[in-house]
Design a protein around this ligand. Structure first.
Ligand code: 9D3
Length: 254
């Protein structure tokens, strides 16, 4: 997979792209990521990328010519799917990550200021993507979120640990709770089954713990989750225990 990032803050990406999973994937040639300074596509002495909005009002708008030039340069050698990170975009989720990961080449446009000249969208953008309904100052952090999620979908980037096998199974449930040493923390013990050495029973406990966690923290996910028979029974039990229409019991914090 080949990514080009266009931004006026290329320095934000340095350590992020050099570290851990992504750094290793780049070293191993599984992932090619190029970060380009949008200002390199300007033609004036002061490398200006913004101007006042036509029609007045506050704020500044990113001008079209540097964007159009930069995207055309980035796609000159080979075509790419061109994504503008934007509050107006389609909300990023697992399905969108997989769709984008199926593209061989992506160009990610990171905007700043109040907005970007609409003709950029009309001429050199294929899709707008948002990472959620909250206000950030630009598209750089959203681009990093997207890059991290995408890189996990590139074959070979994440070593096939059991956690990834479970990830790729994706029942649509939350994870079960995890425990490691020491055995007692603030007087709290580890669920004894996890120390039993009985792997079939541990697997059953995790299966039910996952459905309980989802029921308590993200009940909306249960509508589309794929449940085993045991998980369906546990869900019915939780429903009876709580009573339909009553508030869910918050996690005991005794
Ligand atoms: C405060 C300015 N807003 C007026 C209603 C519009 C606005 C412009 C530019 C809001 C945010 C931004 C900068 N954000 C992004 O470029 C961005 C973003 C985000 O803010 N939230 C979630 N996903 C994304 S993707 C790009």
């Amino acid at each position: 997979m080949h990514l080009t990032v266009l931004t006026i803050f290329p320095e934000l990406f340095g350590p992020f792209l050099a570290t851990s999973l992504i750094g290793r994937a780049r070293e191993r040639g599984l992932l090619a990521i190029e970060v380009r300074d949008l200002r390199d596509a300007t033609t004036d002495r002061h490398r200006v990328v913004d101007d006042e909005p036509y029609g007045g009002g506050g704020g500044m708008v990113m001008t079209a010519p540097p964007w159009i030039r930069a995207v055309r340069e980035a796609t000159a050698a080979a075509p790419a799917w061109r994504v503008l990170l934007s509050p107006q975009g389609r909300r990023l989720d697992d399905a969108l990550v997989r769709e984008l990961a199926a593209r061989e080449r992506l160009v990610l446009l990171c905007a700043r200021y109040e907005g970007i000249d609409e003709r950029v969208l009309e001429t050199v953008v294929d899709e707008e993507v948002s990472i959620g309904d909250y206000v950030l100052s630009g598209g750089e952090l959203p681009a990093m979120v997207l890059i991290e999620a995408l890189s996990r979908q590139v074959p070979g980037v994440v070593q096939l640990a059991s956690s990834v096998v479970r990830d790729s199974f994706r029942s649509g449930l939350l994870d079960h709770p995890h425990y490691t040493r020491p055995p007692v923390v603030e007087g709290r013990e580890v669920p004894p089954v996890l120390l039993s050495g009985n792997h079939a029973e541990i697997e059953r406990w995790r299966e039910l713990a996952a459905v309980r966690a989802t029921w308590r923290k993200r009940p909306d996910l249960l509508a589309v989750a794929e449940l085993t028979a045991a998980q369906r029974r546990e869900l019915e039990r939780l429903g009876r225990e709580c009573g339909d229409g009553l508030a869910r019991r918050p996690k005991d914090r005794g």
